[in-house]
Design a protein. Structure first.
Length: 201
């Protein structure tokens, strides 16, 4: 009647279910980067006796292709459970586009390969995922840089060098590749290219 908790007579911990387990509910309501479930589980966690429920209602994304948008973390104990209820999107970063090839009067340089896209989720402990209302996406790979060219028509003043455009960035905001260069002291036309565009979702 006076608000006391009487132990041993059915009182419960504020975060405990009826079976004595700790329940931690994490709700994401606004966009967030590089979310780590373990790092956000809080101080009520009890090793081997905790049910963590992640409810995502926003956009979880990564900021680099080598960083996961969402990860479970590794410090869990047998008996813990993790449930992910994804109602929105979990998206990895895209790979960067490769640099375009370059050309001059003596050599040609090939375009560079595009970078690999990232992974949406890193799972280091068993999880249950309900993705009915959402999407989970890896990042797109970056486009490879274009090749370069060198032409010669008749005499040396007719030489033209062409550089190549950079590859486009992969979906998930990968960066566009740099443009190649065109140069040649005997060339009457050095045709420069443009860098690749950044990727978008």
């Amino acid at each position: 009647m006076f608000g006391y908790r009487i132990l041993g007579l059915g009182g419960s911990h504020p975060n405990r279910g009826g079976g004595g387990r700790v329940t931690i509910t994490l709700t994401i309501s606004s966009d967030v980067n590089n979310y780590d479930i373990q790092a956000n589980r809080g101080g009520t966690y009890e090793a081997g006796n905790t049910d963590v429920i992640l409810i995502n209602n926003a956009h979880i994304k990564s900021t680099a292709a080598n960083t996961h948008a969402l990860q479970t973390g590794t410090s869990w104990t047998s008996g813990d459970t993790i449930t992910i209820d994804n109602n929105s999107s979990i998206t990895a970063d895209g790979g960067n586009g490769g640099a375009g090839g370059s050309a001059n009067s003596t050599s040609l340089t090939a375009g560079s390969a595009g970078g690999a896209g990232g992974f949406g989720i890193s799972i280091n402990y068993p999880v249950s995922i309900d993705n009915t209302g959402g999407t989970i996406s890896g990042g797109g790979g970056g486009g490879g840089g274009g090749g370069s060219a060198y032409t010669a028509s008749g005499k040396t003043p007719d030489i033209t060098t062409y550089s190549a455009g950079g590859g486009g960035g992969g979906a998930g905001t990968g960066q566009g590749g740099a443009a190649g260069s065109a140069s040649g002291s005997n060339s009457n036309s050095n045709i420069q290219s443009h860098p690749g565009a950044a990727g978008t979702l």
